[in-house]
Design a protein around this ligand. Structure first.
Ligand code: NIG
Ligand code: FE
Length: 410
């Protein structure tokens, strides 16, 4: 299949990208104006500038006149499997309660855990499937999904089995993270040790045996897990072959970055608050800073200091954090708008962070995240627009005309 007359072909990479983009490299979104791209089977075969386009007789052709083509978004942080919404907490916050107060009072993650207890695996699968189709239609072409609304052996495994079924079903790749350390269940609030034992001695061995997860996650926060507890969870996960991707620095700096980096985490996620010393630690590591601007948007919190993080030379990824509590949206184009408007990232930085750096944050960079020969043809074709800057500019509108997954228009 040939796509011709592409107004702008974004994120074109001829050479292999060895590591997540940072500093000046993050500022550069390699673009071909007036381009063509050819797909063979499910992969990108070749591309170039229209003045060197050689159409093959009778080949299927899409005329992308006036349209922008880019690699699908890689959403490297979501909680897509959940049971029911939490708009009552949203309204409570509008009446002055904070996210942490609601969580302390048994709402928040525990509220979602209670709802999830009552659902069958099939019900959870069907609901998650709908959400997966929703985010695919909004341009997501690879995704991570976490457990963490189970918080018992049985229900954490139930969530992970749902994610495993989604992996088998999904036209886009899915990576699974085990987030048993999302919150202490009420009965373990005074006995952290017992819950940690449950995670380490009971959940993790089964997860490894059944191949239910790719990564280990924990919520390092005052209302959840301390840095020491997070460290124990990470080390236990590593023993079972799970690399760390960690929730930290959402509300408080409490050494979550330090322990994550010390354990060679793939990413540290959230970072609404971060101090100079932590920036220094990240700068000297291979860990990606994954920013989730939809969460502070929805919770009305301060945004991630992206400029400080980027200007220190740290690679950043952007992800949605789609979940029922802090981010009931998986729209990556809105994440990119927020990154530009509120985090003061340039559109070039934001598209890099939401494509190739997201792919690195899921170890999918060999096959996703850029327009490169041999990579999977997961692409977005926009409506007719003046330039790619129109995508973050026109926040709230959908600029997608069509989606190509595995080389086929869907
Ligand atoms: O990434 N902060 C921790 N976990 C989720 C929200 C969980 C919830 O409120 O359901 C997050 O924002
Ligand atoms: Fe999250």
């Amino acid at each position: 299949m040939l796509i011709k007359n592409i107004k702008q072909l974004l994120q074109v990479r001829q050479d292999k990208i060895e590591s997540p983009l940072k500093g000046d490299d993050l500022k550069n979104l390699s673009i071909i104006e007036n381009a063509w791209l050819r797909i063979k089977d499910d992969r990108i075969e070749s591309f170039g500038s229209m003045d060197q386009c050689n159409p093959i007789q009778n080949e299927e052709t899409i005329d992308a006149n006036g349209k922008v083509v880019l690699p699908s978004f890689v959403d490297s942080h979501t909680h897509l499997v959940f049971a029911g919404s939490r708009e009552e907490e949203f309204v409570m916050r509008l009446h002055g309660k904070s996210y942490e107060e609601i969580a302390e009072a048994g709402g928040g993650v525990l509220n979602s855990a209670k709802k999830l207890q009552e659902k069958t695996e099939d019900e959870l699968f069907e609901a998650a499937k709908q959400r997966l189709h929703e985010v695919i239609s909004m341009g997501t072409g690879a995704i991570e999904i976490k457990s963490g609304y189970g918080l018992t052996v049985e229900t954490e495994l139930k969530m992970l089995r749902v994610i495993k079924r989604l992996k088998e079903y999904s036209p886009i790749p899915i990576k699974a993270s085990f987030l048993g350390a999302h919150f202490y269940p009420a009965e373990f609030k005074q006995n952290h040790e017992a819950y940690l034992k449950l995670i380490i001695d009971e959940m993790l061995p089964i997860i490894e045996k059944e191949g239910l997860a790719d990564y280990i996650d924990a919520f390092c926060e005052k209302v959840a897990f301390s840095a020491e507890e997070t460290d124990r969870i990470i080390k236990a996960g590593l023993k079972h072959g799970l690399k760390p991707k960690i929730h930290t620095n959402q509300f408080n700096c409490m050494r979550g970055i330090e322990v994550s980096v010390a354990n060679n985490a793939i990413s540290v996620d959230h970072l609404e608050v971060i101090n100079e010393a932590e920036i220094e630690v990240l700068k000297n590591s291979n860990t990606i800073a994954t920013l989730l601007p939809s969460a502070p948007f929805f919770l009305n919190d301060p945004y991630q200091p992206a400029r400080q993080i980027i200007d220190a030379g740290i690679p950043v990824a952007l992800a949605s954090d789609y979940n029922p509590g802090s981010t009931p949206s998986g729209r990556m184009s809105f994440v990119i708008s927020l990154a530009c408007i509120k985090l003061k990232m340039t559109p070039e930085e934001a598209f890099n962070a939401a494509t190739i750096n997201g792919a690195f944050a899921l170890e999918l960079q060999e096959n996703y995240g850029s327009i490169s020969v041999g990579k999977k043809a997961n692409l977005i074709i926009t409506k007719e627009i003046e330039s790619f800057g129109f995508i973050p500019y026109s926040f709230g509108s959908d600029q997608i005309d069509s989606i190509i997954l595995n080389g086929k228009t869907i």
